[in-house]
Unconditional design. Structure first.
Length: 691
C-alpha cells in the first residue's frame, strides 16, 4: 500500500538515556531523513562499543528492517522482548516489524492487545489503523486513525495515513459500484488536503466510469496546479471528451498535452502525452497517422507494454484481430497480471470468433481484478449472447389497396454451447381485405439449429411447416431454410443460403398457395475509411412456374460512429420471367434508385436503463416497365428502452410507397412492438462456479 511509505517511520525517536542521546544524535538524523543504510552502519558501530545499549539495538533493528532485511529486524525485536518483557517501546517496534514483513494477520492480533492495554497510545492506534487498512478493513481502519488523531491532533503522519486509507476505501466502494459512497470519501480527503492530486485523479476516474465527462474535466482542472499536473489534466480532458463522444475535441486536447510535455521536457510525461495522442488518433480513425506514431514509439520503447497496448487497440479498430491477439500475448509475457493484457485479449478473442478463449481470458481477469467494472460488463455481454432468450413481435399493417394484416412472431433461442444453438419459431398472420371481405390465416412453425464449425464460418438451418386457412383453400406446406455465414476476409461478411416460403402478403395471394424457393447471397464490404458496399442477389423459382431475379446494392458512407450516422445510394432491380399482374406485382423490368440516411443508436451500444433508437429515410425514383418514372419515399423508425442487459423493448413504424408484392402505385404502413428477454443470467453451459 502506498500510504505505508508515508507512515512506516512513525516511531523514529525513542525515549533514550540522556547520557547516550547526544552521542547518537547523528544516527537519529539518519533515521529521520530516511537514510537507512547510513543509520545501519552508524548504529552497528555503536553496538560494537556498547553491545547492550537498548536504544542502539532498537535503532539498529529499525534501520536494518527499513533498509533491506525486515525478517532479521523482526528476529532482533523478538530477542529484545525476551530481554525487556512488557517494554511498550519494544512492543511497538516489534508490531511495526510485522507490517514490514507483510504479516498483517499477526500484526492485527498483536496490535489488538496493544490498543487494549494502551487505548490512548498514538503509535499503537496508528499502527493498528495501518494494519487494518492493509487487510482492507477500511471502516475500522478509519475509526482507529481518527482515534490516533484525537490522541495527537493534526499529526502529519496520521493525516497522510488517513488519506491513503480513504483512497483504499474509495477504491473498494468503487469496485462494489457504490460510486456515491466513494465520492463522499474522496471529498473528505479534500478537506484535509485541498487540491490533492491523488484524490482528484480518483474522483475523475469515477466520473469517467459513470460517463460524466464534464465532471471528470472539472476534477482534472482542479488538480492542474503545476505544469506537470496540467499535462496530466490535458490527457484527462482528452479521455473525458472521448467519453462524451466528442473525439475531435479529444484529439485537440491530446495535441495540447504533447506540446506542453515537450516544453516541460519530462520524458515520462512526454511518453504519456504521446500515448494519449495516439489513442485520440485511433478514436478519430486516423489510422495511418496512428500507425506511424506507434512505429516511432516502438523504436524508442521496444517491447513496452503501453506501446503494445496501443498497437493492439489499433488492430481492434481496424478489425485486424489476429494482430491484436499477438500484441496482447506479448503484453502478458511481459506481465501476466496486466489488466490491459488480460481483458484486451478477451475482447480480441471474442471479436476473432473465439468465445471459449474469451471466456477463459475474462475469467482470469476477474480472478486478478475482482469486481472490475469493464471486465464484469464484458462477461455480462458474453453471457447475454449465449444465454437462452425469447423474442416477441406484434404488428399491424395496412395499405391503400384495402388490405390489412395482423401478425405475431415468437422466437426462442437456446445456446447449448458457444458453437451449438437450437430454437423454435412460431408466426401467426391474419390478412383481410375490407372491400372483398376475403380473409386468410397462416400459422408457421419451424425448428431451428445453428453450428459454428469455424471461427469465421457458421451454418444455420430451419425446418417446419405452414398451416393456411383461406376463403377458398386450406392447405399445409413445407418451410425450410439453410444458410452459411462467413467472414472470408477482414472487414467482409458473406451469407449464402436457401429459403422456402409461401407468398402471403394479402388474402388473395395467400389463397393462391404459391410457394417460392429462394437462393440468395448477401455480401458486405466495409473499410477503414468509412466507405461500405452491400450487395444482395435473389434467384427465386415459384410453384406457379414463374421465376424472379432480384438485385439490390447499396454504397454507403459512415459520417459518425456514436451514434451511427450513415448515408448513401441504393439501387434495386427486379425481373420476373412472366407477368402475373392479376395475382401479384411481377414486372419483367423494375428499377429503383434512391438516396438514404440512417441515424442509429443500437441497443447493444447503450447502458442499462437507456433509450435506443433508429431512423431511416430514403427518397428516389422507381421505373416500372416502360412507364414514366415515379417518385418514391420510405420512412422507418424505432424507439426502445433497455430495462437491463436482459430485457429490451421497442416500438417501430414503417411507411413507404415503393412497389411491392401486390402492385405499383400503392402505399404501405406497418406498426409494431418488439420485446426481447434473456431468460437466464448466464448460459446453460456455464456453471455457477465459473459464472
Amino acid at each position: 500500500m502506498k500510504y505505508l511509505k508515508h507512515t512506516c517511520l512513525l516511531i523514529i525517536l525513542f525515549t533514550c538515556c540522556i547520557a547516550n542521546a547526544q552521542n547518537m544524535q547523528e544516527g537519529f538524523a539518519y533515521l529521520e531523513n530516511g537514510e537507512f543504510a547510513q543509520a545501519k552502519v552508524f548504529f552497528s558501530a555503536i553496538l560494537k562499543e556498547y553491545p547492550n545499549n537498548k536504544t542502539a539495538n532498537l535503532c539498529y533493528a529499525r534501520a536494518l528492517g527499513l533498509h533491506d532485511n525486515p525478517e532479521k529486524a523482526n528476529e532482533l525485536f523478538s530477542v529484545m522482548l525476551e530481554d525487556y518483557p512488557n517494554d511498550f517501546e519494544i512492543e511497538l517496534n516489534y508490531a511495526e516489524s510485522l507490517l514490514w514483513n507483510k504479516r498483517y494477520k499477526d500484526a492485527k492480533e498483536y496490535y489488538t492487545t496493544l490498543v487494549t492495554e494502551h487505548p490512548e497510545s498514538f503509535p499503537a492506534l496508528l499502527g493498528y489503523a495501518n494494519t487494518l487498512s492493509n487487510l482492507k478493513e477500511y471502516p475500522e481502519a478509519l475509526n482507529y486513525v481518527n482515534r490516533a488523531l484525537t490522541a495527537s491532533p493534526n499529526n502529519p503522519n496520521a493525516l497522510v495515513s488517513r488519506k491513503y486509507i480513504r483512497l483504499g476505501y474509495a477504491s473498494q466502494l468503487m469496485q462494489g459500484r457504490n460510486y456515491n459512497g466513494a465520492l463522499s470519501i474522496l471529498d473528505d480527503n479534500l478537506i484535509d488536503f485541498p487540491k490533492d492530486k491523488d484524490t482528484l485523479l480518483n474522483k475523475a476516474n469515477i466520473y469517467l466510469m459513470l460517463k460524466k465527462g464534464e465532471m471528470a474535466k472539472a476534477a482534472y482542472r482542479e488538480m492542474a496546479i503545476t505544469t506537470a499536473d496540467s499535462i496530466v489534466a490535458y490527457n484527462g480532458f482528452a479521455l473525458a471528451e472521448h467519453t462524451n463522444g466528442k473525439d475531435k475535441k479529444a484529439l485537440k486536447y491530446a495535441i495540447e498535452a504533447v506540446a506542453l510535455a515537450k516544453e516541460h521536457k519530462d520524458t515520462t510525461l512526454i511518453k504519456k502525452a504521446n500515448e494519449r495522442y495516439i489513442q485520440a488518433l485511433i478514436w478519430n480513425r486516423e489510422y495511418k497517422m496512428a500507425d506511424e506514431a506507434i512505429a516511432t514509439e516502438t523504436q524508442k520503447y521496444p517491447n513496452d507494454n503501453s506501446v503494445l497496448a496501443l498497437s493492439a487497440t489499433l488492430g481492434m479498430y481496424r478489425s485486424d484481430f489476429k494482430k491484436s491477439i499477438t500484441d496482447y500475448e506479448y503484453i502478458l509475457v511481459n506481465d501476466s497480471l496486466s489488466f490491459d493484457g488480460n481483458l484486451g485479449i478477451a475482447n480480441a478473442y471474442f471479436a476473432d470468433g473465439k468465445p471459449n478463449k474469451a471466456y477463459k481470458a475474462v475469467d482470469k481477469t476477474l480472478n486478478i481484478f475482482e469486481n472490475q467494472k469493464d471486465a464484469i460488463n464484458f462477461l455480462g455481454k458474453l453471457n447475454t449472447i449465449y444465454s437462452p432468450n425469447v423474442e416477441e413481435q406484434l404488428g399491424y399493417s395496412y395499405d391503400n389497396g384495402d388490405n390489412k394484416a395482423y401478425f405475431s412472431t415468437t422466437t426462442l433461442n437456446i445456446p447449448l454451447s458457444t458453437k451449438w444453438s437450437v430454437g423454435a419459431y412460431y408466426r401467426y398472420r391474419k390478412t383481410e381485405n375490407t372491400v372483398t371481405d376475403r380473409e386468410a390465416e397462416a400459422n408457421d412453425f419451424k425448428a431451428m439449429a445453428s453450428y459454428q464449425f469455424h471461427p469465421k464460418v457458421s451454418f444455420n438451418a430451419a425446418l417446419g411447416a405452414t398451416a393456411v386457412t383461406s376463403f377458398k383453400n386450406d392447405y399445409n406446406q413445407l418451410l425450410a431454410e439453410a444458410f452459411f455465414k462467413a467472414k472470408p476476409f477482414k472487414l467482409q461478411d458473406l451469407e449464402v443460403g436457401y429459403k422456402r416460403d409461401v407468398q402471403n402478403f394479402n388474402a388473395d395471394l395467400t389463397d393462391s398457395e404459391i410457394t417460392a424457393d429462394n437462393f440468395y447471397i448477401n455480401y458486405n464490404i466495409s473499410s477503414n475509411f468509412k466507405l461500405g458496399w452491400f450487395t444482395q442477389y435473389f434467384f427465386t423459382t415459384q410453384s406457379d412456374g414463374n421465376q424472379r431475379n432480384l438485385l439490390f446494392t447499396s454504397l454507403y458512407y459512415s459520417f459518425l460512429s456514436k451514434p451511427v450516422l450513415k448515408g448513401g445510394i441504393n439501387y434495386q432491380y427486379i425481373s420476373f420471367t412472366d407477368r402475373r399482374p392479376e395475382v401479384y406485382f411481377s414486372p419483367q423490368r423494375f428499377n429503383l434508385g434512391e438516396v438514404f440516411v440512417d441515424f442509429i443508436k443500437s441497443e447493444e451500444a447503450i447502458e442499462n436503463k437507456g433509450m435506443y433508437y433508429g431512423l431511416n429515410a430514403a427518397a428516389g425514383y422507381q421505373f416500372i416497365e416502360q412507364d414514366k418514372k415515379q417518385g418514391t419515399y420510405r420512412l422507418q423508425g424505432k424507439l426502445g428502452y433497455k430495462f437491463s442487459s436482459r430485457l429490451v423493448a421497442n416500438i417501430y413504424g414503417l411507411h413507404s410507397n415503393i412497389a411491392s408484392a401486390t402492385a405499383a402505385g400503392f402505399t404501405y404502413t406497418e406498426l409494431g412492438f418488439r420485446l426481447k428477454w434473456t431468460i437466464t443470467k448466464r448460459p446453460l453451459f456455464r456453471t455457477k462456479k465459473n459464472k
